[in-house]
Ligand binder design. Structure first.
Ligand code: ATP
Length: 309
């Protein structure tokens, strides 16, 4: 488990992180969202033990980042937003080097390397030179290097930046797999929708403050208490709209002309199910009924002002 407790970082004349706290459990994939300069990298670097907090701390599986940094380092893998790879070494040599640094015993190294290559889908590139890899493959190699010592926490700072859509999709799948393996993954981005579909928890940071933390759905719901429902009817949509308007929790209901009724709705999911049951009971032929997903980017823009320090 990771407990982040009131982490704070002050620079001369500027507080980059103002007391950030959150807890994560094994298997959690945490999307850390904020605009440029919001404090993501500073927070991640403090958790990774590379930057000393001004106050506050973080505890990973009982080890304190300030009191036991060496122990914490053994349990985490950190992928910075800008990373360099060495040229003129082969992929397997590169990983072997990092396995040696992390003191993976010599006789286990080739198995460990094969495993991380398989996980990151780089097995066919084992003997290729690092500089010959595509940007997406280099990103995955950098992630592979963070995995050689089987860390329980992964800190990935803007891992998807500069990747094309296909490489992004592959990276998401890989991160999801790390979550299924029971690791805690923190992945930062300034684009909320990019993370929302594979993170189970998100945190929104702005000017060094964590404005929201929790499951994606509950953050969206807190921001948008009224939801839009879309009901589609085989016939009589206009009549259905008139009846829906008088139902509980309905703020408005309009037939859109193509058999659909858009409902502005203030009830919870239980009440929403009752509304559908009532329509069916009254004999309406419902062919579709769904919630219009709130646009995540809207939620993010509402929460943040876009202002930086
Ligand atoms: N060494 C430093 N000295 C002074 N100020 C710094 C230092 N490092 C970061 N800052 C400031 O702290 C604030 C937070 O920066 P940080 O890099 O954590 O933001 P970020 O959310 O990671 O942004 P980005 O998405 O651009 O990487 C910024 O205002 C930045 O200018």
């Amino acid at each position: 488990m990771l407990e982040v407790k009131n982490l704070r970082k002050e620079y001369a004349g500027l507080t980059a992180v103002k007391g950030v706290s959150f807890n994560l459990q094994p298997g959690d994939i945490f999307g850390f969202i904020g605009s440029n300069g919001a404090g993501k990298t500073t927070t991640i670097r403090m958790i990774s033990t590379l930057l000393e907090p001004t106050s506050g701390t973080a505890i990973l599986n009982g080890a304190d980042i300030r009191k036991d940094p060496m122990e914490v380092r053994r349990m985490l893998g950190y992928m910075p937003d800008f990373f360099g790879l060495y040229d003129d070494v082969k992929v397997w040599e590169y990983l072997d080097f990092f396995a040696a640094i992390y003191q993976v015993p010599t006789r286990q190294r080739s198995e460990v390397i094969d495993n991380v290559l398989e996980l990151t889908d780089l097995t066919v590139k084992k003997d290729a030179f690092v500089q010959s890899l595509s940007r997406g493959m280099q990103q995955r190699l950098c992630l592979a290097r963070c995995l050689v010592h089987d860390p329980m926490l992964l800190l990935l700072d803007e891992p998807a930046s500069g990747l094309d859509p296909r490489a992004r999709a592959e990276l998401k799948e890989l991160i999801a797999e790390l979550g299924r393996m029971g690791k805690i993954v923190i992945v930062s981005s300034h684009i909320l929708p990019e993370l929302a579909d594979f993170c189970n928890t998100v945190g929104i940071i702005e000017r060094g403050e964590l404005l929201a933390f929790g499951p994606v759905e509950s953050i969206v719901q807190a921001m948008q208490p009224n939801r839009t429902l879309e009901a589609r009817f085989l016939r009589d949509a206009g009549e259905a709209a008139r009846i829906i308007r008088d139902m509980e929790n309905v703020l408005s209901a309009e037939a859109t002309g193509d058999g659909e009724v858009r409902i502005d709705y203030g009830g919870d999911h239980e009440a929403q199910a009752d509304l559908l049951a009532e329509l069916v009971r009254r004999g309406f032929r419902v062919v579709g009924f769904r919630e219009d997903q709130a646009d995540l980017e809207d939620v993010f823009l509402k929460l943040t002002t876009g202002a930086v320090n």
